[in-house]
Design a protein around this ligand. Structure first.
Ligand code: FES
Length: 565
């Protein structure tokens, strides 16, 4: 092969020793040690991003998905090559999986860019792996299909169904309130996640899978197929075949992830009553292509986008119900007049040409426009003196009677303080107070965990209080519910006004007016600011890189150096 031969397969991205033909010769000789024939090594190459990990229950099926993808690739005449990357399981990481999303994105982008591949299939499923792979693909701009592992099935249990993890929170809240015994909560623990797959409600993983479809990185209808369904393996085979088609007709993520497809994805997020985390992730993915999600625009879209999907935590169903009800093809059909139809997906077909009127829709889970779950979208942004660059509230999973409040604040200065005092019987708190957690944002060692769902103080929970207004600069699980204000930006550790708030201050929130204000006079705030100290920077390693590079929630919490132009 000469230097003028079009670079395909293993001939891509050869090292430069001043003699590229030698570099390829060397690469092929080493590849031969793996037992490949010359004919195989002459084929175009499809990389398969393999995120199997013993730590990642949500990725338990990745090995069989890799095998099914390989079938599709081989049948199309290409050579599949699977390679491992960082795998992030939501409950298995300290301080939080969010702290490592950008590491997974960086790893995946680097390996997709550095290794020889004509196209790729990326396999992921859990909350952070899906956004990490979308971010990586957007930056590497290698033609790629996203294949998610799919949701788990709900478990029938004593007359109800259980699935991770809205039911985990529901039962735990009842346990804290003294309504569920120790023995019972132990029994429930073994029934919440009984099959392979990702959390079975419209949490972050499911929301991101739907967003993957809305963006066009997952073929329509493939995002919600349950993990244990045979169709999931057929989707994997198809992903392999689709990626092989990119060899002759490359469609790059930069053609798919555009301002229009991002806006479609925001519409879908709102119509799903989807996870607040997904907004941060979508902002990061879009940011890789230089597309900004403006929170004022989010509010505009939220006013004209109904919630149509009735799944937990907003409603009643599980992901398997959503899939059987018609899934994303049915939802997009329902939203069609609100969507940009010019967006192409991994098949290269415009959305307008992909959508068909579904033959069947189960209206218990995907509502008609005339009968929405809510006439307005699930998320809104609040702005004001406490959140100059915005904060998010998931109104579809909140208590409307708490939307317009002015109240005293009980402030917790970080997670330790919260853990130490929340259940103190002497804590001076009433159900009408606003609980505030500060110093848990992306710049802190806590790494913006899903701690925004502050527990109801035990003494109030025992008295029957089920919801209170809670605010913080961190996140909450997509499976959680309550009147919870999240992602206050700038965060306390970045010098935001949240860092100056003290117990006893009053805060006014109006969801109707989209405002969030700290009712403390300027002189008092100036005196507090004079004493405020920024947190110490992490000393070394990934923690140091994060504290030096991480952006705020309104920019997706990405590393500044990885954002697009
Ligand atoms: Fe992986 Fe919920 S823990 S999707």
């Amino acid at each position: 092969m000469t230097q003028n031969t079009p670079k395909k397969g293993l001939a891509r991205n050869t090292a430069n020793y001043g003699d590229r033909d030698f570099a390829l010769y060397l690469r092929r000789s080493f590849a031969k040690s793996m037992g490949y024939s010359q004919a195989m090594l002459d084929r175009p190459v499809i990389g398969i991003v393999d995120t199997r990990s013993d730590y990642n229950n949500c990725h338990r099926t990745v090995p069989e998905l890799v095998e099914a993808v390989k079938r599709g690739v081989f049948a199309a005449g290409a050579l599949p090559m699977a390679f491992p990357t960082v795998s992030l399981c939501e409950p298995s990481l300290f301080p939080t999986s969010m702290h490592y999303r950008n590491l997974a994105a960086l790893d995946t982008e680097a390996m997709m860019s550095a290794q020889p591949m004509d196209a790729a299939v990326m396999i992921s499923g859990c909350d952070k792996t899906v956004p990490a792979q979308l971010m990586a693909a957007a930056s590497a701009d290698v033609p790629a299909v996203l294949l998610v592992t799919g949701p788990m099935l709900a478990t029938p249990f004593q007359g109800e169904r259980l699935s991770a993890c809205t039911d985990c929170r529901r039962y735990w809240a009842q346990y804290r309130a003294g309504n569920v015994t120790e023995e019972r909560i132990g029994e429930i623990e073994g029934r919440l996640a009984t099959t392979a797959g990702t959390c079975g409600v419209m949490g972050t993983a499911s929301t991101m899978a739907c967003i993957g479809e809305a963006l066009g990185m997952i073929p329509l209808g493939h995002g919600s197929i349950p993990a244990v369904h045979a169709d999931r393996l057929r989707a994997a085979e198809e992903a392999g075949a689709l990626a092989a088609k990119f060899i002759e007709n490359p469609i790059r993520p930069s053609q798919i992830i555009t301002a229009h497809s991002v806006e479609n994805a925001v519409r879908v997020l709102l119509a799903l009553g989807g996870s607040t985390n997904a907004l941060i992730h979508l902002t990061a993915v879009a940011g890789r292509r230089g597309v900004k999600i403006d929170l004022n625009r989010l509010n505009e879209l939220s006013e004209s986008t109904p919630v149509l999907v009735d799944l937990k935590p907003t409603g009643e169903g599980y992901m398997e119900d959503f899939h059987a009800a018609g899934g994303m093809p049915a939802l997009l059909w329902e939203l069609r007049d609100l969507l940009h139809m010019d967006c192409i997906d991994v098949t290269g077909v415009r959305l307008g040409d992909r959508l068909r009127e579904p033959a069947f829709v189960d209206r218990r889970y995907i509502r008609a426009r005339a009968e929405p779950v809510s006439p307005v979208g699930g998320l809104v942004a609040l702005f004001g003196s406490l959140a100059p660059r915005g904060a998010i509230v998931k109104r579809s999973a909140a208590t409307p009677s708490l939307f317009e409040v002015e109240a005293r604040c009980i402030v917790f200065d970080g997670l330790e303080d919260l853990a130490n005092r929340i259940d103190d019987p002497d804590l001076d708190v009433t159900k009408d107070d606003i609980m505030v957690l500060k110093n848990a944002g992306p710049l802190t060692p806590a790494g913006m965990p899903e701690a925004g769902y502050l527990p109801i103080p035990r003494k109030l929970a025992l008295a029957g209080v089920k919801d209170m207004v809670r605010m913080s600069d961190c996140r909450m699980s997509g499976t959680a519910f309550g009147t919870i204000v999240l992602h206050i930006t700038p965060e306390a550790a970045a010098g935001g006004p949240l860092g100056l708030i003290e117990t006893g201050d009053r805060v006014r929130m109006s969801v109707q007016n989209r405002t969030l204000d700290l009712l403390v006079d300027d002189a008092t705030l100036a005196a507090r600011r004079a004493k405020w100290q920024p947190p110490a920077k992490a000393r070394r390693g990934w923690d140091r890189i994060m504290t030096e590079q991480i952006t705020q929630a309104d920019e997706g919490c990405d590393l500044a150096v990885l954002r697009g132009e």
